[in-house]
Design a protein around this ligand. Structure first.
Ligand code: HEC
Ligand code: HEC
Length: 310
């Protein structure tokens, strides 16, 4: 109980007292131990699933050993450390929350459907059959990552840590400066990254034909800003961010104002009032501008829907 209280306290007064911060740290979620795989009957399947997540391109990229289905990104490019890194878009909450209803499709989704979404949008391609050994291995691995989180439980560091919205719109022009200073050395001035000559990348592209399409999670400014704040430039962790929140939002605006592949969105959000504030494609159940849905500020939009509900 004391630990829990201390945690709440530590969150609101981040840097004040070492002892308290340690108590909070010990409560941060971490993935189960892969050493246990040696004793598990499905250890080989899990090992294969992890390889598919970490090095997707070797199996499914342009020169994939199994099939050519994807754009050359690895799941791990966005789900760092094969989806196990705390705060950074990890898979901690998948096992405890799927199958679940998602407003984007307006249906109850299985874990296979959710994985296929990332293949089709983030990897701008096609998912392997969920019944194939690969489909089974990815799902088994993703579920294993969150196997130490109970249903209904929320854990510090689980999933994607969301940063706060700005009180102004995010600025692509300011973001361009952030990009030049802190991203361009790896992702390149044209955003195309650096290919590794094997159909994949040493530094993945951030826009253009080989990037995620406009239906992907990262195309929403809040997802991009939150991911980048926790994980970029490379080497960044939640405890050692290298961008201010404003820089993260502005660079998100810059990158997501560049061209990228499209996607048929006609089946998404059957109930338009369920769209998140930063879903940039209309129609919307409000009168905020398209510009504001893309760049913010998002707080007034969220407040509008909150008031409507109550
Ligand atoms: C370009 C970035 C990107 C790539 C590549 C990517 N994802 Fe995702 N993925 C995301 C984002 C963003 C989310 C949404 C996170 C959120 O909204 O909390 C997400 C969500 C998920 C979720 C649901 C997580 C949850 O807690 O509900 C699963 C499962 C998932 N991805 C699996 C995969 C798999 C498997 C691959 C590779 C085939 C992959 N992703 C590739 C960006 C990516
Ligand atoms: C030192 C090199 C380096 C720098 C600097 C860097 N990145 Fe990355 N970035 C990477 C690598 C490598 C990955 C893939 C990570 C992995 O697979 O573990 C990546 C992945 C990404 C991804 C997800 C994959 C994709 O292609 O969509 C995004 C988004 C991203 N970086 C944005 C940024 C932004 C924005 C900045 C500047 C604030 C930045 N990066 C700075 C090396 C870098």
């Amino acid at each position: 109980m004391l630990g829990l209280l201390a945690m709440g306290w530590a969150c609101s007064n981040e840097k004040s007292e070492e002892a308290v911060v340690t108590a909070a740290d010990s409560a941060v979620w971490s993935a189960p131990d892969t050493a246990d795989w040696a004793q598990q009957p499905d250890g080989d399947l899990l090992r294969y699933g992890r390889a598919l997540v970490a090095n997707t391109t070797a199996f499914f990229g342009e020169k994939g050993s199994i099939a050519s289905l994807t754009n050359g990104l690895n799941c791990q490019n966005c789900h760092l450390d094969a989806g196990t890194r705390p705060f950074t878009n990890n898979y901690a909450l998948v096992a405890s929350t799927y199958p679940r209803f998602r407003a984007r499709s307006g249906s109850v989704e299985t874990v296979h459907k959710r994985i296929a979404d990332c293949f089709e949008r983030s990897l701008n391609g096609t998912a392997p059959d969920s019944l194939s050994r690969e489909g089974q291995a990815i799902a088994a691995y993703v579920l294993w990552v969150g196997s130490n989180v109970n249903k209904g439980e929320t854990r510090e560091g689980a999933g994607l840590y969301e940063i706060e919205g700005l009180d102004r719109a995010a600025h692509p022009d300011s973001g361009k400066l952030v990009y030049a200073a802190k991203c361009q050395s790896c992702h390149q001035v044209d955003g195309q990254g650096i290919a590794n000559g094997q159909g994949g990348y040493t530094f993945p592209p951030l826009w253009g034909d080989k990037s995620y399409n406009h239906a992907a999670g990262l195309y929403r400014l809040s997802r991009f800003a939150s991911y980048v704040k926790q994980g970029m430039p490379l080497g960044t962790t939640h405890d050692k961010p290298q961008l201010t929140d404003a820089e993260a939002w502005d660079v998100a605006a810059y990158v997501n104002s560049q061209p990228r592949p499209g996607f048929d969105l006609s089946a998404d959000w059957p109930d338009i009032s369920g769209k998140p504030a930063d879903h940039p494609f209309g129609p919307w159940a409000d009168s905020f501008s398209a510009e504001q849905h893309k760049y913010g500020p998002f707080k007034p939009i969220k407040a509008f829907y909150k008031a409507k509900k109550s």
